[in-house]
Design a protein around this ligand. Structure first.
Ligand code: DC
Length: 227
């Protein structure tokens, strides 16, 4: 199909390994990368700066429409994120930002306001889209859809390790509780709940190495698109 820009949609709960897998696939393919969670997190940071909480629906929707967020790739697949021109890369990854992001992400108008912004990432030669509703809502026509999962315990351990690498001392039982709460909210919300697309390939990454998951995703892409 001429003009067709292929999309790989990678969905699943936090800590399932989406970010790491997507960055590896992006490096291997040279495609663009959409970290949609970072957009919801950027909105949460912008909201917190304005003293807005998840109850401020209308103001949040307005903010989502006008959100000034800039993703600046740095070497080795990393990214700096600027909100209102201010570097908020560190704040973006904090648990409180993730929690507020999960709450604002439950608002239908906010999701709609962010839809086109996400679709605009689809540019040649292709897009790796990381999120919760990439294969169901944002790119329902994605060429390959993958749904990554892992047990809550494994995801809490991974988050704990990730935080440690960033010099933050997380508490494992607290992380597990927060993961369970966020899963519940993301899964049961009425708007774009976290569910696999019917045509998604399910991969449980518990006990699997990153390389094994990346290989599996790459072979799905190669079979489908003859890369
Ligand atoms: O993947 P993450 O932890 O950076 O995402 C933060 C929150 O944003 C997550 O709790 C749910 C929400 N989110 C969403 O609702 N839809 C997406 N496509 C991506 C993230």
């Amino acid at each position: 199909m001429s003009g067709h820009v292929p999309v790989l949609a990678v969905d699943g709960p936090g800590g399932a390994g989406k970010g790491t897998v997507c960055r590896a696939v992006q490096r291997a393919t040279g495609w663009h990368l959409l970290d949609s969670g970072a957009i919801y997190r950027a909105l949460a940071v912008a909201a917190a700066r304005r003293g807005l909480d998840a109850g401020a629906g209308e103001a949040l929707t307005g903010l989502a429409r006008e959100l000034d967020v800039d993703f600046r790739p740095i070497g080795d697949g990393g990214m700096r994120v600027l909100v209102d021109g201010v570097d908020v890369t560190g704040e973006l990854r904090e648990e409180r930002t993730g929690n507020l992001a999960s709450q604002v992400a439950a608002l239908q108008d906010v999701r709609e306001a962010l839809l086109q912004r996400q679709r605009d990432f689809r540019k040649a030669p292709g897009l790796v889209a990381d999120g919760r509703d990439m294969g169901t809502v944002v790119f329902p026509d994605a060429d390959v859809k993958v749904f990554l999962t892992a047990s809550p315990e494994e995801r809490a351990r991974r988050r704990h390790k990730q935080l440690k690498e960033q010099g933050v001392n997380g508490n494992l039982p607290d992380l597990l509780r927060e993961i369970a709460e966020r899963d519940e909210r993301d899964r049961t919300r009425s708007v774009a709940p976290l569910v696999p697309a019917p045509d998604a390939e399910l991969i449980d990454t518990t006990g699997l190495s990153i390389e094994a998951v990346v290989q599996r995703v790459m072979s799905l892409l190669q079979n489908r698109l003859s890369l």
